[in-house]
Design a protein around this ligand. Structure first.
Ligand SMILES: [Mn+2]
Length: 280
């Protein structure tokens, strides 16, 4: 992918940015549909079509303090090597006082930021929005599979709050009973979710959390799911009430010729950034 900028606007320089978008075109750990490596490019391209005025916030978003990083290229020597590469980039951004916003890519990539924040802030909250619980210890002979994306942070003691879930293996229900709260799809009780989330929160959003009629372009679709307005209410409440340390948007796997899912993902990212950096 070539370097693109979010919303296609002249960006805030890195030094002054409060958030850094990190595109990661990598899907080596996908096990069903592939193509999430094309997700970051499609989201950034579609973002150029998004209206920069947000009528809900009554604010112009054109001058958001956001900088788009160069893509982080895949290290295919081993899945854990890729996670190490990404974790270094995230650490650099976070230690500069900026919020990392990761665009994937398959969901195994979320191991990097969730592990980083779980080590840095013991007991940190992870708001995990996904059709799948992603808590397997090992999948397809790797503990770095997309099916294990939340297990590393969970094992480090993070408080895991899962929303939109509709696919969980029995062993996960038995193994992960502590510091984990699950809200099964289609329920999004925002006040209850806020009550169980700690103050510091990392948000990991697998795009397959959305109903597939709204989001067909993803590698591991599940029928059901949550809708657009429930998603926005949850993201707005989290941005307003919690300290959001970072955010990722994973698993958009573009279908050639079908532009609305890419645009939906770009709009979702824009809404979140507006809530986080403009509304307050
Ligand atoms: Mn998923």
């Amino acid at each position: 992918m070539i370097k693109q900028t979010f919303l296609g606007v002249e960006e805030t320089p890195y030094e002054k940015a409060r958030a850094v978008i990190i595109p990661v075109p990598y899907d080596a750990m996908a096990s069903y549909g592939t193509g999430a490596r094309f997700g970051p490019d499609a989201i950034l391209r579609a973002s150029q079509q998004v209206e920069t005025y947000d009528e809900e916030l009554e604010r112009e978003l054109e001058h958001m303090p956001v900088f788009t990083h160069e893509p982080v290229w895949p290290d295919k020597s081993a899945p854990e090597a890729m996670i190490d590469v990404l974790e270094k980039v995230i650490a650099e951004v976070a230690e500069a006082g900026k919020t990392p916003i990761i665009l994937g890519g398959d969901h195994s990539l979320s191991i990097a930021p969730t592990r980083y924040f779980a080590k840095k802030y013991p007991g940190v909250g992870i708001l995990h929005l996904d059709a799948h619980s992603d808590l397997r210890k090992v999948w397809e002979e790797s503990s770095y599979s997309h099916a294990c994306s939340m297990r590393h942070a969970y094992d480090l003691g993070a408080m895991l709050v899962q929303v939109g879930i509709r696919s969980t293996p029995k062993e996960v229900v038995e193994e992960c009973k502590e510091h984990r709260k699950v809200f099964l799809a289609p329920h999004v009780p925002v006040d209850e979710i806020m009550a169980v989330l700690p103050d510091k929160v990392y948000i990991s959003l697998d795009i397959d959390v959305l109903d597939p009629s709204l989001m067909p372009s993803t590698g591991t679709p599940e029928p059901g799911g949550i809708g657009w307005y429930d998603m926005l209410k949850l993201l707005r409440a989290t941005a307003q009430k919690k300290q959001v340390l970072g955010f990722d948007l994973m698993e958009l796997s573009p279908v050639p010729g079908l532009v609305y899912p890419e645009y939906t993902a770009a709009r979702l990212l824009t809404k979140f950034l507006g809530y986080q950096f403009i509304a307050k």
